[in-house]
Design a protein around this ligand. Structure first.
Ligand code: EPU
Length: 419
């Protein structure tokens, strides 16, 4: 396992260009099985989850080249068996279920792994695919799925799940007739996936609203090279890095509209923010202000993937903040490590609400990443803390941030990755 070693209290200052979004590219990697042809993606983030998805593509028979630009050739015959060891590492591997049902009418795939944030059920994925005609049975934690043909239908999701919406889109683009997904997730990454699929010949309307209508097509084709949307969570994390150190940051290649819930909260905490067409600047105050009430919500609400980073920042803000996590039951491990650094965070008995009593400063110590965003939050705390912070199990962070240590070093931080 590797670790980040951070010597804190250096201000984040400078300019950074944001790369492609993890949560946009992962469903696209599954989508690349659908067209029996070549696809090309620019701006693909070189993160651990991308490399794991590439391994899945290669293991089922796709040819893949990746040197910044990702090229996938899915024209050969593909295998329906997804290797268990890769699926166990990553939640998004479940998206190969919809894509491979669309491509082959068959897929055998283990239950997915990923960050442990709560139950992370897949009932909506299987419910929707079964409603489209797939037969799914589970043996020894493995799903065996088959469909002679997938048929369009109306699917109402009980929760606006990002993954279930994407999985059903991937299956529906080649189903017979029209599929309507109601209470669909509206995250910007859903729109990006719809645009990518449309470029390959799919017919999709309503992505970004709560009702997505997909008319199945017989064949998909090689689309034009596609540029992925910028990663709004990586951008948000770096904005918090500048805010927590009282620094100044200009981010390029961002979409301010997608980041509005994050920049609004940072402005309320006393940061001065300017948004341009594709850029955001932030100047952090000498001390951040507490937020009386912050609640994670589905898009366009405040994103759960920024909750941990905000809890870190609020732990040194002036006053008491309340943060409520409504998406995942168990996204709280970072609070305990922040407390080891001197923060005063009470986690409610249902693990959903954090009461954060802001302290003037934190003290560096050895802490451990338990998941991707929680690990990023500990790095942010380390940037602000007195002395040295070691964040163990850095691999969690590498799943979603490409060379975070290089980005932060370029902005004035003292951080190294030790293998
Ligand atoms: N849920 C169900 N049944 C299902 C699916 C989901 O009850 O069949 C529940 C989950 O248990 C959870 C809630 O619905 O409580 C939301 O889960 P969702 O399916 O929306 O999340 P996901 O698709 O597993 C994606 C991102 C997450 C992000 C969430 C919410 C990817 C690869 N992952 O996960 O990203 O937190 O949406 O926005 O897109 C991260 O990047 O750190 C990360 C965890």
């Amino acid at each position: 396992m590797c670790k980040f070693r951070i010597r804190g209290q250096k201000r984040i200052m400078g300019e950074l260009c944001i790369g492609g979004a993890k949560n946009a590219v992962l469903p696209m990697l599954a989508a690349m099985c659908l067209n029996e042809s070549e696809s090309e993606i620019h701006n693909c983030p070189p993160i651990a989850d991308t490399f794991e998805s590439i391994k899945i593509l290669q293991s089922i028979g796709c040819k893949v080249e990746f040197d910044g630009t990702l090229k996938v050739d899915s024209s050969g015959s593909l295998s329906a068996d997804i290797p268990d060891e890769i699926v166990g590492k990553m939640r998004s591997s479940i998206l190969f279920m919809g894509a491979m049902l669309g491509r082959l009418g068959k897929v055998n795939i283990a239950l997915p792994g990923g960050c442990k944030l709560g139950v992370r059920a897949i009932d909506l994925h299987t419910y929707g695919l079964q409603k489209m005609g797939a037969k799914i049975c589970m043996k020894n934690d493995k799903l065996y799925c088959e469909a002679d043909e997938l048929k369009g239908t109306t699917i109402l999701l009980h929760t606006a799940s990002v993954g279930a919406t994407e999985n059903l889109m991937l299956a529906a683009v080649k189903a017979i007739g029209e599929t309507v997904i109601q209470n669909a997730a509206q995250e910007p990454e859903i729109i990006d996936l719809a645009n990518f699929l449309t470029g390959m010949g799919a017919k999709i309307h309503g992505a970004g609203t709560d009702t997505i209508v997909i008319s199945g097509v017989k064949k998909m084709y090689a689309g034009k090279p596609y540029s992925i949307m910028p990663d709004r969570i990586v951008a948000g994390t770096y904005l918090v890095a500048a805010a927590i150190t009282g620094g100044f940051l200009k981010l390029r290649n961002v979409r301010p509209h997608d980041l509005a819930p994050v920049t609004n909260a940072l402005a309320e905490m006393g940061c001065v923010i300017h948004c341009g067409k594709n850029c955001i600047t932030l100047a952090g105050p000498p001390r951040l202000k507490a937020l009386p009430r912050l609640m994670t919500e589905v898009h366009p609400g405040f994103p759960t993937d920024m909750q941990a980073q905000f809890v870190a920042a609020l732990s040194i803000a002036d006053g008491t903040s309340t943060v409520t996590e409504t998406i995942f039951e168990s996204r709280h491990a970072h609070a305990h490590d922040l407390n080891r650094m001197g923060a005063m965070i009470n986690v409610s008995s249902d693990s959903r609400t954090f009461t954060v009593h802001g302290k003037p400063t934190l003290q560096g110590t050895t802490v451990k990443a338990h998941d991707l965003r929680g690990g990023a939050a500990l790095i942010l705390a380390g940037l602000a803390a007195e002395g040295e912070t070691v964040v163990d199990d850095a691999e969690y962070v590498q799943r979603g941030y490409a060379n975070i240590e290089n980005d932060l070093t370029a902005l004035g931080a003292d951080i190294v990755l030790e293998k």
